[in-house]
Design a protein around this ligand. Structure first.
Ligand code: ATP
Length: 319
C-alpha cells in the first residue's frame, strides 16, 4: 500500500478541515494510506508525521481552521532543513504530498521536489484569492460571507447614527475580497490596490447625496491600498463632513463554519490532487479555471501576479 500525506502551510482558511476529511476518506478509497503532517513545514522538519484514520476526521467538517495546524517556517528556507524533511518522509515511506497553502508554500514544496524528488500537488488555499492562473482559492467564500454579515451588521448601526464606516478587508496586494464585498453588500465606496483612485473625485457627489437625504456611507477598503484606513476615515470627516468610524475586520475573516461552497470546493480540489499524484503528475498546482480544474506548473503560477477579472474591475472604475 502506498503512503500519501497532507499538510497545511501559511495562513489557515475555512475549508482546510473539510479538505482533510475528504483527503483521508478519498485516499483510503483509492487504496492509499493517508498521513497527516502537523504544523506545516515546521512539523515536517520536526517529524510530526502521523498515520490518519477516519476517527481523526470525524466531526471536523463544520470547523474553520485546520485540525493539523499550520505554520510559517523560516527553517524550511534552508537546504539543510529540507534534507531533514526528506529523511523524515523516507522514514514514513511517504513520497507523495498534498499541500494546502498560498504561493509561498508552493515555492517551498517545489524546492523539496527539485532537491529530493518528493511528488506533490498543491491546492490554492488563501483568503487573499491571489494565486495566478487560478480563479478560486479555498476559504474565499467563507471569508466573503463573514464580511457580508459584518457589513450587514455595521449598516444597521451606521444608518442609526448618520455615520460613515470605513471597513478594512484582508487581501494583502489583492483587492478581491473588498471588490466582491462592495458589489454584493452595496457600499458607496470601494478602494483596492488594482484601481487608481482620487478621493476628491467622490467629494462633491457624496456631499450632494447628504444634501438629498443620505444618512450614512459604507466604504470597503482593501488593506493593500496606498493609504491607511484611518486616512480614509479622516477624509470623510474633514472633506465630506460626516462623522466616521473604522472597522478593521482582521482575522475573523479567516475563521468560522466553512460555507457549502468551500466544503464542495475542498472535496473537488482534494479529488483532483490525489488523482493527479496517482496519475503520474508529479509537481503541480491544481487550479480552478473557467474551463474547470487544470494542473499547472509551479513556476507558471508563482512567477505571475494574480489579475482580477477586468469585467469585475470595470464595475468600480469611475465613469
Ligand atoms: P499565505 O497566502 O496565507 O501567506 P503562503 O503559503 O503564501 O500563504 P508564506 O508565509 O509565504 O505563506 O509561505 C509559507 C511557508 O512556505 C514559509 O514559511 C516557508 O516555510 C515556505 N517557503 C516560502 N517560500 C519558500 C522558498 N522560496 N523556499 C523554501 N520554502 C519557502
Amino acid at each position: 500500500m502506498k503512503n500519501i500525506a497532507i499538510l497545511c502551510s501559511g495562513g489557515d482558511v475555512s475549508g482546510m478541515n473539510p479538505a482533510l476529511k475528504h483527503f483521508v476518506e478519498y485516499s483510503i478509497k483509492m487504496g492509499l494510506s493517508p498521513y497527516f503532517i502537523f504544523d506545516g513545514f515546521e512539523g515536517l522538519i520536526d517529524n510530526k508525521i502521523k498515520k490518519a484514520s477516519y476517527d481523526d476526521v470525524a466531526g471536523i467538517l463544520t470547523r474553520g481552521g485546520t485540525k493539523i495546524g499550520s505554520a510559517r517556517s523560516k527553517r524550511f528556507m534552508t537546504k539543510e532543513s529540507r534534507a531533514v524533511a526528506k529523511k523524515n518522509l523516507d522514514n514514513s515511506k511517504i513520497d507523495m504530498l498534498v499541500v494546502l497553502g498560498g504561493d509561498g508554500s508552493f515555492r517551498g514544496i517545489h524546492e523539496l521536489h527539485k532537491e529530493h524528488g518528493i511528488k506533490f500537488c498543491a491546492i490554492p488555499s488563501t483568503i487573499d484569492n491571489d494565486i495566478s492562473q487560478n480563479e478560486y482559492c479555498l476559504g474565499v467564500d467563507t471569508a466573503l460571507n463573514i464580511i457580508k454579515s459584518s457589513i450587514d451588521a455595521i449598516r444597521d448601526t451606521a444608518s442609526s447614527f448618520s455615520r460613515a464606516f470605513v471597513i478594512e478587508t484582508m487581501g494583502r496586494d489583492c483587492g478581491y475580497l473588498a471588490l466582491i464585498s462592495h458589489l454584493t453588500s452595496g457600499s458607496e465606496l470601494c478602494l483596492i490596490p488594482e484601481v487608481e483612485y482620487d478621493l476628491n473625485s467622490y467629494k462633491n457627489d457624496f456631499k450632494k447625496q447628504i444634501k438629498n437625504g443620505r444618512r450614512y456611507f459604507i466604504a470597503v477598503v482593501s488593506e493593500g491600498i496606498k493609504q491607511e484606513t484611518k486616512e480614509i476615515a479622516e477624509w470623510f470627516e474633514n472633506e465630506v463632513g460626516v462623522e466616521s468610524k473604522i472597522c478593521v475586520l482582521g482575522h475573523i475573516q479567516r475563521g468560522g463554519n466553512p460555507t457549502v461552497y468551500d466544503r464542495l470546493m475542498a472535496y473537488k480540489f482534494v479529488n483532483h490532487a490525489v488523482d493527479a499524484l496517482l496519475g503520474g503528475i508529479n509537481s503541480s498546482v491544481v487550479c480552478y479555471t473557467k474551463n474547470g480544474f487544470i494542473h499547472k506548473e509551479i513556476d507558471e503560477v508563482t512567477s505571475q501576479k494574480y489579475k482580477i477579472d477586468q469585467k469585475l474591475l470595470n464595475y468600480i472604475k469611475k465613469s
